[in-house]
Design a protein. Structure first.
Length: 483
């Protein structure tokens, strides 16, 4: 297929491409650096990328895609158990990392290639022999039970979703995006880095999100902001005491929120202070983007807009019958079909088969209604064992297993509860092995952070004498209460 990023060789060499803090690359430099690395890794089956929020990650992922090699982005804060699982499951032949980055033990046996973000050389390179269906990325995503699964995302899905968003958002090479999202998930990496580069525009990454950083970049010519609801909530909280932030946001062409629902209250506070309406889009690691409120459409807080071009979307009843009435009331599961979809879960044919209907619709597990004009409103989720915290999807089972590996824990159950900042926070219910000396909350949080990842740590821990169970011995999570 043709290059996913024609601007790497075609845009003026001096045109701004990516910036992280005070380090930046223009298209000429990015084309040279990614070209040099692509030549080095070409022929590899799969490479892991130590996905810190740096220029090196952008260069590494572009190089892999330009070489037609699948990239597996790794969360640099992943704990040893999670990292070990991802590495043994995806079996990359090398790991790409910034020079000087210290890599933890599970990566010790893997060949390492240091990314030279300032390598020089020709920008032109032979077109990769990869086809549209070849994998571009393998992104790990949590399920209700067991370890995360690797969603295999083909090149055509990346191209399709980015071009559909360009249509919905009137996104062009003139846009300058600002964000502070992590680069090991679809939101920050595919939309936030690959998106601007496919358009021939530029992105300024904040390293880590801050309202000051967003205001600074908008005052300095940035036109779009991408964030998860927690980030917009923090913006809404800051606005009353920071008129400069309101002014800066007022200059943006488009503010986009996704990864979880943005509460209507936060929509309203931002609009009241800035005159801007935040646009929501709805996606998933497995499907990339499905719907969005369009830049030229009617903004409507509490909805995720309409299906993107090329995406088929339907709601179905519990028994699989499609719901045909758009009455804003009848709730069904969202199923989607189209070129935006992943191909499979790596090494998990069972899970792949279960995720699709017989006629090829992907079951999202999200529950929604449709307004009479087709706007989609997400109202919930089928699985209560999936928690969305800070925009991260976290499986309760994964945390329960990690907690049970702690010597001080006899039984464990994990739930999510509403949190104004994070959307949901992780709550652990444990039966200590010894009630006279139970593990401290901090010890359990550290244990989960070290095994899995810091964002998966329980924020609240309750101690119980026993977990409520039904006659079959199954934990009744709805009966979990703290006295
Ligand atoms: C705290 N920390 C710890 C511990 N406690 N580290 C180790 N052990 C501990 N016990 C560290 C954390 O690593 C973090 O470090 C810092 O302390 C603060 O942690 P935390 O409180 O968790 O962070 P936060 O500031 O509350 O984070 C909020 C956030 C974050 C910035 C909004 O949740 C975030 O980046 N969310 C984005 C999620 C996302 O991109 N999802 C997309 C997937 P440090 O500060 O150094 O990091 S969904 C997707 O892709 C689909 C397709 C879609 O639709 O978009
Ligand atoms: P992930 O598996 O981490 O890619 O997260 C995908 C999930 O995030 C979806 O299945 C939805 O539940 C949720 N999600 C993404 N965008 C939105 C949105 N705008 N509103 C509500 N939920 C969303």
């Amino acid at each position: 297929m043709s290059s996913l990023f024609p601007a790497l060789t075609g845009a003026p060499a001096e045109r701004a491409a990516v910036r992280f803090g005070d380090r930046s690359l223009a298209y000429g430099e990015l084309g040279a650096a990614s070209g040099a690395l692509a030549a080095r890794i070409g022929g590899a089956a799969r490479v892991a990328v130590w996905a810190t929020p740096t220029l090196e990650t952008a260069v590494a992922v572009l190089a892999a895609l330009e070489a037609g090699v699948a990239a597996v982005p790794l969360n640099p804060k992943s704990g040893e158990k999670e990292l070990g699982h991802i590495l043994s499951d995806s079996a990359p032949s090398v790991v790409l990392a910034a020079p000087g980055d210290e890599l933890p033990a599970p990566l010790g046996d893997l060949e390492r290639v240091d990314v030279d973000a300032h390598a020089t050389g020709p920008r032109s390179r032979p077109a990769p022999e990869a086809s549209d269906e070849d994998p571009a990325l393998i992104v790990y995503t949590s399920g209700t039970t067991g370890p995360p699964k690797g969603a295999v995302i083909p090149r055509r899905a990346v191209a399709h979703t980015l071009d559909a968003l360009a249509d919905a958002w009137q996104w062009t090479g003139e846009d300058v995006l600002v964000h502070g999202l992590p680069l090991f998930h679809v939101h920050g990496l595919v939309l936030g880095i690959l998106g601007p580069l496919r358009r021939g525009g530029s992105v300024r990454h904040l390293g880590r999100f801050s309202t000051e950083g967003v205001a600074r970049e908008l005052n300095d010519g940035a036109t779009m902001v991408f964030g998860v609801p927690t980030m917009y909530h923090r913006i809404a909280q800051t606005l009353p005491e920071d008129p400069g932030l309101a002014q800066a946001l007022g200059k943006a062409r488009l503010l986009v929120s996704g990864s979880a629902a943005l509460p209507v209250h936060d929509h309203e506070r931002i609009t009241a202070a800035t005159g801007q309406r935040v646009v929501e889009r709805y996606g998933m690691t497995e499907t990339l983007m499905n719907t969005s409120v369009r830049a030229d459409g009617e903004p409507r807080a509490g909805t995720v807009g309409v299906p993107l071009p090329g995406v088929e979307l339907r709601l179905v009843e519990e028994d699989g019958t499609p719901i045909t009435s758009y009455d804003g009331e009848t709730v069904g599961e969202i199923q989607v079909r189209g070129p935006n979809l992943f191909t499979e879960y790596l090494n998990r044919p069972d899970a792949t088969t279960a995720a699709f209907t017989e006629d090829g619709w992907f079951r999202t597990g999200d529950m929604a209604v449709r307004d009479p004009d087709g706007y989609v409103r997400i109202v919930g989720r089928k699985a209560t064992d999936l928690i969305k915290s800070g925009g991260y999807k976290i499986g309760a089972g994964e945390i329960e297993n990690a907690l049970l590996e702690h010597a001080g824990v006899r039984e464990a159950a994990v739930t999510g509860e509403p949190d104004a900042d994070l959307g949901e926070r992780i709550v652990a219910w444990i039966v200590p092995a010894d009630h006279r000396s139970p593990p401290t909350d901090e010890e359990l949080a550290d244990h989960v952070a070290r095994r899995l990842a810091p964002h998966k740590r329980p924020r609240v821990v309750h101690h119980l004498a026993a977990l409520p169970r039904n006659d079959m011995g199954k934990i009744m999570k709805r009966a979990l209460r703290h006295d």
